[in-house]
Design a protein around this ligand. Structure first.
Ligand SMILES: CC(C)(COP(=O)(O)OP(=O)(O)OC[C@H]1O[C@@H](n2cnc3c(N)ncnc32)[C@H](O)[C@@H]1OP(=O)(O)O)[C@@H](O)C(=O)NCCC(=O)NCCS
Length: 211
């Protein structure tokens, strides 16, 4: 029986577990730093925290990080990679992935996602349910394309950026690193590093006042 360890016992983690089973993994267990308080995540057991996972890496045929927050996922992914974990990539059987696309290790492609010809996706990224990443896209590490978001051809999304649910990005647009694109936004121009943009067309949201 092949066994997958998932770090991150959240709602997103449940979806990742479901993708794993659909993709042929036979047993899934969770690790989360909220253990031992958190013992279950939906249908699955939470059996330890990340320190315990590190001591048990050899007991698993695969490991994946299922944390929605991009910087945290990226930190945990790199820590596991350095610890020698057998990190895996997961693709739901209903996702459509071009044979000419490149998907980085540790990434997850959810049900109904599409990744088209010559797209490249970095490590530890998420293409969520029904999202599309079109031809010649370049996505960096730890990017999250939320459910139902659509990236037209030739879009660039740099590391750690989050494209919100149902957002649309026009062809050729360049989105910097650590950008947040709000739910339902239509992005028609380039977005500088670190900005949050929202609306139709998307414009930067004012920064929250510092206290
Ligand atoms: C953009 C976003 C990150 C902003 O969150 P926030 O910093 O907490 O902002 P607030 O909710 O305080 O809203 C600040 C202002 O921006 C507006 N706003 C927030 N999100 C917006 C959106 N998606 N589109 C248009 N306007 C938006 C609010 O109406 C508010 O306007 P006001 O100041 O005139 O009242 C968030 O609303 C969002 O869209 N997140 C994406 C969620 C998502 O995709 N989830 C799927 C996960 S799988």
């Amino acid at each position: 029986m092949n066994r997958l360890a998932i770090l991150g016992a959240s709602g997103h983690g449940k979806v990742v577990a479901d993708v794993a089973l659909a993709a042929g993994w036979q047993q899934v267990v969770f690790f989360d730093d909220a253990w031992p308080e958190r013992q279950r995540n939906g249908h699955w057991d939470v059996v330890g925290d990340s320190a315990r996972l590190q001591t048990e890496l050899s007991a698993f045929d695969g490991v994946i990080v299922a944390i929605g927050h991009n910087p945290t996922r990226w930190d945990k992914y790199r820590w596991l990679r350095a610890a020698g974990a057998r990190l895996v990539t997961l693709t739901h059987p209903t996702a459509s992935v071009s044979r000419f696309a490149r998907i980085g290790l540790g990434s997850v492609l959810m049900a109904g996602a599409a990744v088209n010809v010559d797209a490249e996706i970095g490590e530890a990224s998420i293409v969520n349910t029904g999202a599309t990443v079109d031809h010649d896209n370049q996505l960096g590490h730890a990017v999250h394309v939320s459910p139902g978001a659509h990236l037209a051809g030739g879009v660039t999304v740099s590391a750690l950026s989050w494209i919100g649910i149902g957002a649309v990005v026009r062809q050729g647009v360049r989105i910097g690193h650590s950008v947040t694109v709000g739910a339902g936004a239509v992005v028609i121009g380039d977005v500088a590093d670190g900005l949050t943009v929202a609306g139709v067309p998307a414009v930067p949201l004012p920064a929250a006042p510092s206290t």
